[in-house]
Design a protein around this ligand. Structure first.
Ligand code: IPM
Ligand code: MN
Length: 362
């Protein structure tokens, strides 16, 4: 079998511990299925700033481009908060998205039954469940628009610009409609069309793309209504399609409903063949070095990577199933340690149990 190169970007905070967990689990997958991975570690974020002076060294970009897939921990932390914008750890990730031409960030936001007690939703709502595919545009929007400082009417001011081209909206809308076809064929497209020009262009363009997908039900929603409805009845949503900034905010809100943001993975896909996978939470600096993070978001990201970028669908499903079994057996990291008959485990021990389950004789 061909050796597949996976580039690991540990980054900051709990990133290194999570990447350790992912390596253990991927090694178990190699043992069980006989696939062959080459592990390549590269720098990004604050860790890269400390060692090289920049958040995304050229060697990292080159290694990512040459690999079959990239798995990222997280970037950022208070240590680097005073750096200027282009040197911040987050800029490393933003530049990597640009270098790999990633424009679609797909976040499956799923609540596991076992974790209902961790959810802020009431019992009635947890029974209805949460199973949303959030498709967030990550190539454009206010993240990439013109920005800076200038003299304004009230003195010195800062500005950032929301911008979208029709073609950028078209490509993410198409992807969301394709995703919807694999699910319940319902999209809510979220914008701010009552105020923003970009919102109106977004709405018109998504509507136009929708006309080629008559089998998918399209609904438009203002971002504030979406935020409210997520809190009131998340089971209303199947696929959510939205812009870079709104997606960033709504995905954390939706993730919180599932019981712990630590459970959730994401994939970022684009024009190049290399996909970037990472948990949706950030560096969780307060947990760093304590072996207390939840590795599941990272492990499910690795599962998505196997299925989507490496054509190892059965192998990815094996990780997902091992995660489910670990939860069913009561294994919990501190963030989800609620309820009776549970065993609280550290990050590394949770990964070890998932490894054991992957290697169990059938
Ligand atoms: C995310 C992160 C990033 C974002 C940061 C680290 C640049 O929060 O991927 O959710 O805002 O997109
Ligand atoms: Mn985020």
């Amino acid at each position: 079998m061909k050796k597949l190169t996976i580039t690991f970007l540990q980054g900051d905070g709990v990133g290194p511990e999570l990447i350790d967990a992912a390596k253990k689990v991927l090694t178990a997958i190699e043992h069980r299925f006989g696939c062959d991975f080459f592990y390549n570690d590269m720098l990004i974020g604050g860790a890269a700033v400390d060692k090289t002076g920049v958040p995304l060294p050229d060697e990292t970009v080159a290694a990512c481009r040459e690999s079959d897939a990239v798995l990222l921990g997280a970037v950022g932390g208070p240590k680097w908060d005073s750096l200027s914008g282009h040197l911040r750890p987050e800029k490393g990730l933003l530049s990597l998205r640009a270098a790999l031409e990633l424009y679609a960030n797909v976040r499956p936001i799923v609540m596991y039954n076992e974790l209902a007690a961790c959810s802020p939703l009431n019992e009635q709502l947890t029974k209805k469940g949460v199973n949303i595919m959030l498709v967030r545009e990550i190539g454009g929007g206010i993240y990439t628009g013109e920005r800076g400082y200038r003299d304004g009417a009230y003195g010195q001011e800062a500005y950032d610009t929301e911008r979208y081209s029709i073609s950028e909206i078209e490509r993410i809308a198409k992807l969301a409609f394709e995703v919807a076809r694999t699910r319940n064929k319902k999209i809510v497209s979220v914008d701010k069309a009552n105020v923003l020009e970009t919102g109106r262009l977004w709405r018109a363009t998504v509507t136009l793309i929708g006309s080629s997908y008559p089998d998918v039900k399209l609904e438009h929603m203002l971002v504030e209504d979406c935020a409210a409805l997520l809190a009131k009845d998340p089971s209303r949503f199947d696929v959510i399609l939205t812009s870079n900034l709104f997606g960033e905010i709504l995905s954390d809100q939706a993730a919180t409903l599932t019981g712990s943001v630590g459970m959730l993975p994401s994939s970022s896909l684009g024009l190049s063949k290399v996909g970037l996978y990472s948990p949706i939470h950030g560096p969780q600096t307060e947990l760093a070095g304590k072996d207390a993070a939840n590795p599941v978001g990272m492990l499910l990201s690795a599962a998505m990577m196997l299925g989507q970028s490496l054509d190892l669908v059965e192998e990815g499903a094996a990780i997902e199933s091992a995660v489910r079994k670990a939860l069913a057996r009561g294994y919990r990291t501190p963030d989800i340690a609620v309820g009776k008959k549970i065993t609280q485990l550290s990050c590394s021990k949770m990964a070890d149990e998932i490894v054991n389950i992957i290697l169990e004789k059938k």
